[in-house]
Ligand binder design. Sequence first.
Ligand SMILES: *Cc1c(COP(=O)(O)O)cnc(C)c1O
Length: 437
Amino acid sequence: MSATEATPKKNHSRSAALFEEARHFIPGGVNSPVRAFRGVGGNPLFFQGGEGAWLIDEDNNRYIDYVGAWGPLILGHRHPDVIAALQAQLQLGLGYGASTEAEITIAKTICSLVPSIERVRLVTSGTEATMSAIRVARGFTRRDRIVKFEGCYHGHVDGLLVKAGSGALTLGEPDSLGVPKAYTDLTHVLPYNDIDALAALFEKHGREIACVIVEPVAGNMNLVPPVPGFLEAMRQVCTQYGAVLIFDEVMTGFRVALGGAQSHYQVTPDMTTLGKVIGGGLPVGAFGGRREIMEMVAPLGPVYQAGTLAGSPLAVAAGMAMLKAIQAPGFHEALSVRTQRLMKGLEERASAAGIPFTTHSVGGMFGCFFSTEDKITRFEQVMACNVEQFRKYFHLMLERGVYLAPSAFEAGFVGTAHGDAEIDLTLDAAEQAFAAL
Ligand SMILES: *Cc1c(COP(=O)(O)O)cnc(C)c1O
């Protein structure tokens, strides 16, 4: 029996009907673009629920979930501690627009877990966190220029929706209609993992640069870890020229290690942005850093920042339950081992089928590349991967009950709910998918 015969086609009729209806009321039928399956073709699925490592779609198909709500669900769907914390808070109220003790508890926890954070403020999304961090860095340094890296995503902040200009030392161009050229005129875009380009830019403009913002493990161009020395070089030039180093740990925070990428790689930035995992599935973001920098923020300082729903008791309850659970001894070590087992298994099966394929993983996040390269370290290498092969693989896996991110350029996530059984099922599905490619 061939691999394709072994797996009957799943029924997706209700998802297809819902997508058709959604398109009449929501732009593109989705509330965030990657959900629309444009990167893989076909209709997106609509989901009715989740349980542990599993998702259940509107046609009652079950899938092992490697998206995890794009990162937050490190404990899986409906973890009992998170649900209990939410239920307890529901009895008390949804929000007061005033301070609660729980906000102190979560702030203390964040300050104790993340090496760079001495003071922290909660916001409601990753975008809001990076936008605010950059404003604070500019206020603190009284400088305007900022530096980001090609392939890194920091949310849809105007000044960060930038693509590289014609040369590494030139300023970026807007990457979205609606972003005035003037908004990106102060944003430099450098190649990720290029230490020389960083040094050259600082030599020329170092004293005008307010901050460098970087994903310490790039998770928005598939997954590209920093090459040895890259984060260290960034730390060195920022210190030398008095610029603020911001690690955008919205994805990596609490995921690659308890203290984030900064503890994993032992490079301490001046500021850190958080999101995704920190809310346990509810909308929470945060930015924090050295005390003298964070004291620039209103009401203490002259940098304005505010939020009606910031520190929402419900979101804080979910986030705190999650932060408690992930402090269990050996939590991240076990997560890393599981993720590595999955990656090694996939590489072996691809190799047996003669498919050029390579992977990266750090903690509970991973990247898979249909590529002949040994290891991927640069944006151009990511862009050169075989996207067509990924598209086919995505649908072959979906038919076999494995839900991957619907784009060749997104990282994947393993959580504690992914047991050996789920990993084995995934590897069996992959073996069939590789054979069918
Ligand atoms: C997801 C993400 C953001 C944006 O967060 P939102 O909550 O979607 O606004 C910012 N930075 C990084 C590194 C991310 O992965």
